[in-house]
Write a protein that binds this ligand. Structure first.
Ligand code: ATP
Ligand code: MG
Ligand code: MG
Ligand code: MG
Length: 566
């Protein structure tokens, strides 16, 4: 492409309201323009980058066996009422009415829509497992859109949803997605970490986030210097335990005895903060000989303000109850069998119509977590032990020391269990021709956010330094005084044609600007390879080459240039 036919909208000034470097550079390099709060137009140069990211995501999703589809941005609110999220999701869900006064919302995520599709289209276990994905616009009415496309209101997400007959199959696909995400972010050229994570308002059991390490990130990531251990610190903070584990004590009996106890007593005993505790407690397995107690706390950050006065602590012995009865009583999904099955006593919110996020418990031996999520693969101790970690602490995994860095969440994978399939009654016939509720996973990547995150990690004082895989053009040709020198014009055009014919994306700067202006622009927009064609070089049979990260340009003999570059 020639700059004369490209909207090259570079600017010299740093926009005052752009505080992070990626936002500044995306505006200055002419990748995006603001329309209104949290809404951006992607300019042609920006779209090229975006499409590169999308292509990598699409290739790896296809390779994993997922099928691409495309769902509407506009969603009937009815489905959100059916799943129970119309109320839970809060003001990030932008609602409106159509001309017939029917309620709709702009999709912030698509669990309800895909579950509705699957309950209508998939009839038999033979069609499963299946994983569907789309790359599509999302809208979240973020309370504080900021950092440009990093936290915008409208953004592009790759979201995938998998459906299964059982949790083993879900685990298999989850692991495949985990691998696919590692391939995607590696291919893009990012320095990233997969971390154990909270499930937020999407709900469910197991979850990992993928974080790009950058100082402007909004999350704290704790990881080991010598192993794969990594977790989002906010996850551990959700429990906010205070102090050491208590030794087995008299208190245990007191708390565990069925009956009414003050919420302070239980919180004190379990060392969790009151505001995190859900309303109702059920004690499983509490007997005089074997006193046990536990309680569920929510890690949902939007529920930080759980009203303390609403807490109503009613401990009931359920020692005769089966796991199934308990699950039924508390409305939890099968994921909760994990801790119950492990024989760790639990207290759960029986009024909740969704799976609980956090669970902790105690028995005669003292205080235990069962972990911050119910991912069967996650080691609960590791999760729990990263609370209050500081840099240099020994890693809870036993290897290396704790390093804490800021991270930008670019991807998030969840094991949802049957949260949505149960609410929407998405069943298929199993081998015995019985209707069975599906297990489900979901997997997101913030495609537009990835572009900003890549810039956060790859820039200098001159501008963006694109990782090769997502550069808008791989090569730029900057001819010197082309409009005065037919010889330079001819040589530059010839090289342009040759490179283009080889499938290389070349930006040919055919403007009649001063060399300094052209160099500055090419550096600002971050093209990895720069070629300069000038009279002097041609006289000596040389072509000037500079990589975006090189200090100085070098001269390469014309005859060897193609071999050198390719
Ligand atoms: P965050 O914690 O940053 O608010 P999230 O946990 O709410 O993100 P998810 O529901 O996990 O987001 O959505 C999947 C992915 O979509 C995120 O990992 C992120 O990359 C991207 N994403 C979420 N919100 C935004 C936004 N407002 N702007 C751009 N990308 C976003
Ligand atoms: Mg969010
Ligand atoms: Mg998040
Ligand atoms: Mg997330």
């Amino acid at each position: 492409m020639k700059t004369s036919s490209l909207l090259l909208a570079t600017t010299r000034e740093t926009p005052a309201d752009a505080v992070v470097i990626s936002h500044q550079l995306m505006l200055r390099a002419g990748l995006i323009r603001p329309l209104a709060g949290g809404l951006y137009t992607w300019l042609p140069l920006g779209v090229r980058v975006l499409r590169k990211v999308e292509a990598i995501v699409r290739e790896e999703m296809n390779r994993s066996g997922a099928q691409e589809l495309l769902m509407p941005v506009v969603q009937p609110l009815e489905l959100w009422e059916e799943s129970g999220r119309a109320e839970d999701y809060g003001p990030e869900l932008l609602r409106f009415k159509d001309r017939h006064q029917r309620d709709f919302a702009l999709g912030p995520t698509h669990e309800e829509i895909i579950t509705d599709l699957v309950r209508k289209e998939i009839r038999s276990y033979k069609q499963l497992p299946a994983n569907f994905y789309q790359i599509q616009t999302k809208f979240r009415d973020e309370i504080r859109p900021r950092f440009g496309v990093m936290r915008s209101r409208e953004f592009i997400m790759k979201d995938a949803y998998s459906f299964h007959m059982d949790r083993d199959s879900l685990q298999t696909t989850y692991d495949e997605m985990y691998d696919a995400y590692n391939r995607i972010f590696s291919r893009i050229g990012l320095d990233f970490r997969p971390v154990q994570a909270d499930t937020g308002s999407i709900g469910g059991d197991g979850s990992h986030e993928f974080h790009v390490l950058a100082d402007s990130g909004e999350d704290d990531i704790a990881f080991s210097t010598e192993s794969d251990f990594a977790a989002n610190v906010e996850l551990a903070e959700a429990l906010e335990p205070r102090g050491e584990r208590p030794a087995p004590s008299e208190d245990l009996t007191k708390v565990a005895t069925p009956g009414k106890h003050s919420i302070e007593e239980v919180c004190d005993f379990l060392q969790v903060k009151k505001k995190k505790v859900l309303k109702t407690l059920i004690v499983k397995g509490a007997t005089d000989e074997n006193p046990v107690v536990a309680l569920v706390v929510r890690g949902d950050h939007e529920l930080n303000e759980i009203k303390a006065e609403k807490l109503d602590l009613v401990a009931e012995p359920l020692e005769m109850a089966s796991d199934a009865e308990i699950l039924d009583a508390v409305g939890c999904n099968a994921g909760s069998i994990g801790p119950v099955g492990l024989n760790i006593p639990v207290i759960v919110d029986r009024t909740a119509d969704h799976a609980v996020d956090f669970i902790c418990g105690a028995n005669e031996d003292g205080f235990h977590y069962t972990g911050a999520n119910w991912d069967r693969n996650a080691n609960p101790t590791l999760v729990a032990d990263i609370r209050n970690v500081v840099k240099g602490d020994p890693s809870p995994c036993g290897k290396g020391k704790i390093e804490i860095r800021r991270g930008i969440e670019v991807g998030h994978i969840f094991q949802l269990g049957n949260k949505y399939s149960k609410a929407l009654n998405a069943t298929v016939l199993n081998e015995n021709s019985r209707a069975q509720v599906l297990e489900m996973g979901c997997y997101g990547i913030g495609v537009t956010r990835v572009v900003a995150a890549a810039i956060e990690q790859n820039h200098d004082d001159k501008g963006i330094i694109w990782p090769e895989a997502i550069a808008p053009f791989q090569v730029c040709i900057v001819p010197m005084q082309m409009h005065k020198s037919p010889r330079v014009a001819e040589a530059a055009n010839k090289l342009y044609d040759e490179l283009t014919a080889k499938g290389i994306e070349v930006l040919f700067d055919d403007r009649s600007e001063r060399p300094g202006v052209m160099f500055n622009d090419m550096e600002l927009i971050g093209i990895p390879h720069r070629i300069v064609i000038g009279e002097r070089g041609l006289d000596n049979g040389m072509i000037e080459y500079k990589h975006r990260t090189d200090e100085k340009a070098q001269d390469i003999a014309e005859a060897e240039f193609m071999d050198f570059l390719l």
